[in-house]
Design a protein around this ligand. Structure first.
Ligand code: PEP
Length: 252
């Protein structure tokens, strides 16, 4: 049985005061134990604040991107070791906004994944198709290529340390959500690709759904057999919504 994970992706939102209130509300509600794993993936400058407010609670934290390089002359980039220095557990890799706005290729996403794993971070690898790709019947090919590029550089032992997030690009921040059946179909395809590499590890790999997940659609999505939690954008910024999604993981 895979333990569900609800991870918030704050994107480029927040400030010290607002974060403090949000994190306090989360901790007050979930305390030190929860029925699923919980994480917030925050802008790098706020990792220290997360470490301060979340240490020894049920809420873990992480970054939204990392450099593929170890260290050196890469102005503006953040190394995996720096995320780890502030107690990060997770890092989002290959979010569609980075693929689209920063031209991140499948090969770069694979290198970033390796770097995260080598530094003890759990990468949340995002894959997903655009609307044109879905309408062109290319969903399986696109997400397959994105995942295979990562699997190609990993050792089998690494598979147990990955989280995959299926995030249809057309559903991110748009209010449009994949139906539970549509999402399940892609999740099953992704698990099949993982299983082709290592069936035992694949059975334990968590595959999250992301794309306008909200309190009112979370329960149905999370009830699908291959949906192991959510990567949550907009709804992660309001404690009441984020907590309702967390609660939905245990009402099946
Ligand atoms: C995301 O950015 O990863 C995301 C899923 O956003 P939203 O929930 O706002 O669609």
């Amino acid at each position: 049985m895979r333990r569900k994970l609800v991870a918030g992706n704050w994107k480029m939102n927040g400030n010290l005061a607002a974060n403090s209130a949000l994190l306090n509300e989360l901790v007050a509600a979930v305390g030190h134990g929860a029925s699923c794993d919980i994480a917030v993936c925050v802008p790098a400058p706020y990792l220290a604040q997360c470490q301060q407010q979340l240490v020894n609670t049920a809420v873990t934290w992480g970054g939204q991107d990392l450099s593929a390089h170890e260290a050196g002359a890469y102005t503006g980039e953040v190394a995996a070791t720096m995320l780890a220095d502030f107690g990060s557990h997770y890092v989002v890799v290959g979010h569609s906004e980075r693929r689209a706005m920063h031209a991140e290729s499948n090969a770069l996403v694979a290198q970033k994944t390796l770097r995260a794993l080598r530094c003890g971070l759990t990468p949340i690898i995002c894959v997903g198709e655009t609307l044109a790709e879905r309408e062109g019947g290319q969903t399986t090919a696109v997400v397959g290529e994105q995942l295979e590029a990562v699997l190609a550089v990993l050792e089998s032992a690494d598979l147990t340390r990955l989280v995959v997030a299926y995030e249809p690009v057309w559903a991110i921040g748009t209010g449009k959500t994949a139906t539970p059946d549509m999402a399940q179909e892609v999740h099953a395809t992704l698990r099949g690709l993982l299983a082709a590499r290592d069936p035992v590890a694949a059975a334990g790999t968590r595959i999250l759904y992301g794309g306008s997940m909200k309190p009112d659609n979370a329960r149905e999505l999370m009830a699908m057999p291959d949906i192991d939690g959510g990567l949550i954008g907009g709804a992660a910024l309001k404690s009441v919504d984020f907590l309702a999604i967390i609660a939905a993981t245990s009402i099946q």
